[in-house]
Design a protein around this ligand. Structure first.
Ligand code: IPE
Ligand code: IPE
Ligand code: MG
Length: 266
C-alpha cells in the first residue's frame, strides 16, 4: 500500500492514523460461549469459524493487510482427545469449504506452526490452500496451528545454525529472517478475546512492540463492531518505541511544533 514501508515496526514508527496494517488475534472463549448456552464446547468452536469468516471480511474492508489468528496452540494438545480431534476435523472441513472463497477474495492463506503432528489429510488440505492462494495479495491470512512462540524462535535459531555451521553467534536480523512470520511486518495490534490477559505462547518475538488490546467479548460474539472498537483504541495510542513524546512527529506535539525540527528517524 502506498506510503507504507516494509520495515519492521520496531525500527520505524507506523502512522497510527492509517490504522493497523497487521492485526494478530487470539480467538479465545469458544468453550465459555457454548457453556453459557448449555451447549457442548464443540458448538462454540463451530460458531468460532463463523466469527472468523466475518472478521476476515471486516479486516479487508478496513484495509488491514495482514491478519494472523491463533487457532490451536502447541499446548492445546493437552485438551481431551475428543476435543482435539473435533478441532482438527473442523480445520479440515473449514479449509475445504472456504478455500475457493478465500481465493476469490484475493486472500493469501498460510498456516504457521509445526505441521509434523497433523494427519496427512490436513497437511494436504493446507498445502493445497497455500498453493492455490500463493499469488494473492489483498489480505495475508495466517492461521497459527500447533503454533508456539518458543517453538518458532527455537526453530528459527536452529535453521540459522544449520545454514552457518560453526557460527558462535546469531544476530537479530538473521533470526528474524527465519521466523515463520518473516514475510510480514510485526503486528501493530494484538487482540485477545475471552477476557484472559496473557499471550499464551503466541508470537513472542513479533509482539515485542505491538499494541495490546484485551476484550471480554467471547470469540463467537466477535464482529466488525468489536474490531472497530479495538482499532479505535489502537488509534488513541502513542507508539514511541523507546523515544519520548517530543521526538515524535512535530504535528502531534502542538507546543513544540514551531521550534522543533525533530523528525522521527528509524
Ligand atoms: C479458543 O476457545 C479456541 C481454542 C483454543 C481452540 P477455548 O476453547 O479456549 O474457549 P474457552 O477459553 O474454554 O472458553
Ligand atoms: C490460546 O487459547 C490458544 C488459542 C486461542 C488457539 P487457550 O484458551 O488455549 O489459552 P490458555 O491456555 O487458557 O492461556
Ligand atoms: Mg481458552
Amino acid at each position: 500500500m502506498a506510503g507504507r514501508g516494509f520495515t519492521s515496526s520496531t525500527q520505524s514508527i507506523p502512522d497510527i492514523s492509517q490504522g493497523p496494517r497487521h492485526v494478530a488475534i487470539i480467538m479465545d472463549g469458544n468453550g465459555r460461549w457454548a457453556r453459557k448456552r448449555f451447549l457442548p464446547r464443540m458448538a462454540g468452536h463451530t460458531r468460532g469459524v463463523e466469527a472468523l469468516r466475518g472478521t476476515i471480511r471486516a479486516a479487508i474492508e478496513r484495509d488491514v493487510e495482514y491478519l494472523t489468528v491463533f487457532a490451536f496452540s502447541s499446548e492445546n494438545w493437552r485438551r481431551p482427545a475428543e476435543e482435539v480431534s473435533f478441532l482438527m476435523q473442523l480445520f479440515i472441513k473449514s479449509l475445504q469449504k472456504e478455500v475457493s472463497r478465500l481465493h476469490e477474495n484475493g486472500i493469501r492463506f498460510r498456516v504457521i506452526g509445526d505441521r509434523s503432528r497433523f494427519e496427512p489429510a490436513l497437511v494436504k488440505a493446507i498445502e493445497a490452500a497455500e498453493a492455490l492462494t500463493a499469488g494473492n495479495t489483498r489480505l495475508h491470512l495466517s492461521v497459527a496451528a500447533n503454533y508456539g512462540g518458543r517453538w518458532d524462535v527455537l526453530a528459527a535459531a536452529n535453521r540459522v545454525l544449520a545454514k552457518n555451521p560453526g557460527a558462535r553467534e546469531i544476530d537479530e536480523e538473521a533470526l528474524a529472517a527465519e521466523l515463520s512470520m518473516s514475510f510480514a511486518p510485526e503486528p501493530d495490534l494484538f487482540i485477545r478475546t475471552g477476557g484472559e490477559q496473557r499471550i499464551s505462547n503466541f508470537l513472542l518475538w513479533q509482539l515485542a512492540y505491538t499494541e495490546l488490546y484485551f476484550t471480554d467479548t467471547l470469540w463467537p460474539d466477535f464482529d466488525s463492531g468489536t474490531l472497530d472498537t479495538a482499532i479505535a483504541s489502537y488509534r488513541e495510542r502513542e507508539r514511541r518505541f523507546g523515544r519520548t513524546s517530543e521526538q515524535l512527529t512535530p504535528a502531534r506535539t502542538v507546543a513544540a511544533s514551531r521550534d522543533s525540527d525533530m523528525e522521527c528517524h528509524a
